[in-house]
Write a protein that binds this ligand. Sequence first.
Ligand code: ZN
Ligand code: ZN
Length: 313
Amino acid sequence: MKYILILLLFTASAFAQPKPAFKVIPLGVYGGADESNLSCYMLAPTGSSNYICLDAGTVHAGIEKAIANHVFNVDVTTVLKKYIKGYCISHPHLDHVAGMIINSPEDTAKNVYGLPYTLNTLRDYYFTWKNWANFGSEGDKPVLNKYHYTPLIPGTETPLDNTEMTVTAFVLSHGNPYQSTAYLVKHNGSYMLYLGDTGADEVEKANNLQLLWQQVAPLIKAKTLKAIMIEVSFPNEQPEKSLFGHLTPHLLMNEMKALSTLTGTEAMKGFPIVITHIKPSGSHEADIKKQLAAANTLGIKLVYPHQGHLLEF
Ligand SMILES: [Zn+2]
Ligand SMILES: [Zn+2]
């Protein structure tokens, strides 16, 4: 009888834990300083090798790390050329695009997705013949046409070519008036939300995050949103005038509270929030982790990504 009970409990818990819908392989996790480890996250549905890169600050060094950790059992070239089907760039700051630009000569043809703000900056300031070579599909002649600029319309779902996923972009404010982007990626009724660099609504004098929370709150309640990836760049001690469109633990938790008023607090308990883009100078990383833990009255699940280590949601 005892064994049957244990078996029943075991079976019930197996059913209570649904299979992960997405895998995330961070190729870079920081927001500065270490050029071998800057914002870039490979994302694919479980069981697929058709990835999209969310930002592309570091590419090659991160793939090498992932191979060393046995996340991939193919070589760097195969991951770069065959597994990565496109790049979703949140904004054109160097810590989000440098890896893509440096690897462009070795890369295969693929789409680069972004808001016109981002793609126009890539076209006019990075993929030019003075700066590099024009691997883009527009701009400085001759156009090599390897990276096909694919502009997204905010709020409109768009297929991610050669993957099983779609994406919807939302505008973020990153040091008003500079823009950034949030990407809501969908596969088979499950979602992941990735935010590029962003300030808090109260600091940016904007409502971009509030509008985004209104979009995703129903998905959290329905348990179809699997995780949110969002930045915390500085510890709380950073003066507001020196935030440059970034979040601190205090500001993130304020935003999470705003989100929880839409979802109810119960839905936020144990919900995974992946903390990205820490600027790792001095004791910042340890300070940010301590401050987030201390302010986590909602009981969200704080996840710290590591370069080349698989995450599943
Ligand atoms: Zn950044
Ligand atoms: Zn930035």
